[in-house]
Each structure stands twice: as C-alpha cells, then as structure tokens.
Write a protein that binds this ligand. Sequence first.
Ligand code: DOR
Length: 446
Amino acid sequence: MTPRLAAVPRSGSVAIRGGTVVDSNGSRRADVLVGDGRIIAVDAADDASDVTADRVLDASGCLVAPGLVDLHVHLRQPGREDAETIETGARGAALGGFTAVVAMPNTTPTIDCAAVVREVQDLSDGACCDVYPSAAITLGRRGEELAPMAEMARLGVRMFTDDGAGVQSSRVMRRALEYASGLDHLAGGAAVVLAQHCEVEELSEGGCMHEGEWSSRLGLGGQPAEAEELMVMRDIALARLTGSRVHFQHLSTAGSVAMVRAAKQAGLPVTAEATTHHFTLTDSCCADYDTVFKVHPPLRTEADVAAIRAGLSDGTIDAIATDHAPHTSADKEKPFDSAPPGMLGLETALALALTELDLPAEQILALMSWRPAAIAGIDDRHGRPVAPGEPANLCVIDPAAEWTVSGEDMASPSRNTPYEGRRLKGRVRHTLLDAAPVVIDGEAQR
Ligand code: DOR
C-alpha cells in the first residue's frame, strides 16, 4: 500500500501539493512526495494539509507530469558559446519544463568521436536538466565516411544524426543503418536510432525559404517541399531494405506526413517529430525579410501546417521537438539569404502546444514526454509513470497561466525567438530533476 505522505518525513524531501497527476496511465488528483532522487509516495489525499516534507511546492490548479523530453536542441557547445552554452541551454530547458534534451552534434568540433562525446557529457554535469549528446552519422557531418558509432554508443550515445544536413548518399545511409542495427548491446541494451534531417541539397541549394508564392513575391531563393520529401521517401525505402529504425526529424510538409503515415501503416520501423514552429508559423511570416523566421527546414504553407497538426493528432508524428537553435544578434542581423537558420524554442514549446493545438493535455504530454523518451532510449529515467520508486524527474504546469513571450527574459544569451510579444496560455511553475527543484515558481534555481 502507498504510505500516507504524512508518514514519510525525510530530509531533503519535497512535497508537490494540490495538483492533478498526468502520466501515461491517465490523470488523477494526487500529492507527490519526492526525495533521494526518487518518487517516495503518490497520495490521492483529499486533505492536503497533512503533507509533511522539508519543502512544499504549491501545485494547486496545476498538472504534475513526467518532465518533458526534447529530441532536438542545439546547445552550441563546444564552439559557439557566444550563442548558447550547455549551462544556459539546460536552464532554458528546465524553465520550459524539460528534464532531458538530446543535443545535436553540429558543434565545433563536431560530436563525431568519443573525446567530444565525453567533453559534452562532462560539461553537462550539474546542469538543470539531463543532456544526452547525439553524435554524427558521418565524420564531420560530411556525408562520406561513417563516424565511429560503436565507441560513441559505448559511452551511451543512442541517437546518431548529421542534423543541419541530411546524409546525401543512399549508399552511405544504407551502410549506416546496417552498422547501427548491431549497436544496441553497446548502448546498454537501449535501441540505437539514426535520425535524419531530410533535405536533398541538389534541390534546396541556394534557397533560404520555402519555394512558393512568398519566395516569388520576395525575390528569395526557395527550397521546394520535394527537397524534404524525396529524402523521406528514400529513407522509408532504406528502413524497409535494412529493417533498421529511422527517426525523421522536423517534418515540415504535408507530403512527408502522408508518407510517414503510410510507412507506419505498412509496419515499417519509422518514427517522426515535428517542431513547434512548423505547426504555428507559415512562410508568410518572412514577408518583412525578418531573419528570425529563417529556419531549416523552412516555414511552409497553411496546408502544410494543417497536415502537421493532423499528424500530431492521429499519432503519425510521435513527438514535438523544438529544434532550439540559438544564434547571436550579429549573425541574425545579416541579410535574409546569408543569415543562419534557426530559432529559440525551449521556453515556448509547451505553451505553444497547449495554446495552439486542439488536443487534450494528456496527448500533448505524450508527444512531449513519454513518446520522445522512448525514441531516445532514455525511458528508464524520463517519461516514467508518476509512481513510488520512479526517478523524480517531473514538471508542474499551470495550464491557465497567461504570459507574454519576451526574448529578453529567456535564459539563452541569444534572442532569436519568433514569438516575441505573443500571448500564450500555459506555463511551467516548477521543474524537478532527480527530486531537486531546478525551477520553483518559474525561477531557475541553478
Ligand atoms: O534551422 C536550423 N538551424 N536547422 C538546422 O537544421 C540547423 C539549425 C542550427 O544548427 O542552427
């Protein structure tokens, strides 16, 4: 039987009082006691006043959920610490309710060998959330020779990607999939997955936004939807050929969603993510040549946004990711065609999903917590049910809180949020990592 909260006073314990627990088992009114890194008790007490703990966090009116998991962030370290560091990125993540993020390998140097994996792991020690480095599929992300995936899997890397670029050669991608399928035992039994940024460069080269009506009007080079779709199509074929898992990153077109839906119906081992910006913004945002709206893959049309939303709703798309991509003001002040692509996402993702998607909170949390945790192979620590004995990685969300987005207030040294001034509903109140409150009342504690 679950002990009454009052019966377990402990040093360093934290009680989360008055909220509604939401996890993969559904939702119920309960108080949660955590300590020593774990959940000690979950008590459906009607009288909350008998909770005893060293610290009590108010969760009245809130959802108490497993911490969010972001499959796709750029933390810029090593190499571009002026734009972001692991410390600031992890702080932004915790403020956004994330207890785990998967860091992309397009750093300088590239995360493509054991030494750089270790460096990122060392830098992540003591951060506000767990940071899992992904690593490149090919050396230097050049698409030619395979990176030493085995030595990196041995260090715990479970996701490999050349993100920022797709693997252009079908032959190299096929070999990578065959190689990766034998690595699971090195990653502690967790499945290793190859994640693809789908972009055929022969078609996207010279383009800086979606190719369509708006690129014509603005006189900017376009990237056609087909640049993404051809690689999605190819990699579905390669998943069939090799039997290996493929995860599709930041899907942005209606055609991509339709192909992934059909591949899943055919039983192929594919998963997919979509970013918050691809279900909230369109290419018309680029009308003033504001580089804050430049991103890869580019913002697409209303019809594409509708297809992404439908894919999130029917389970074709497994996860919401941010593709958090900080860039300095100096870089973003360049002309549209030469500014770097990317936008901040960690602190706005949950609120955008709650505000913009017509989905129950439970489904949004599935898309942002336990499903991405399973894809990343980190579901031993994240996205777990809120139950005694489980790791206490949690977020407490006030779904009714309204707020205005301000880049100035964000943890990142970069300011490139495309949502500046937007009113959103839903805010993270507290985040706990290994039972330690890293965010209390919306304030970072580390
Ligand atoms: O917009 C993007 N920014 N897309 C990418 O693929 C890379 C990322 C970055 O690193 O800035």
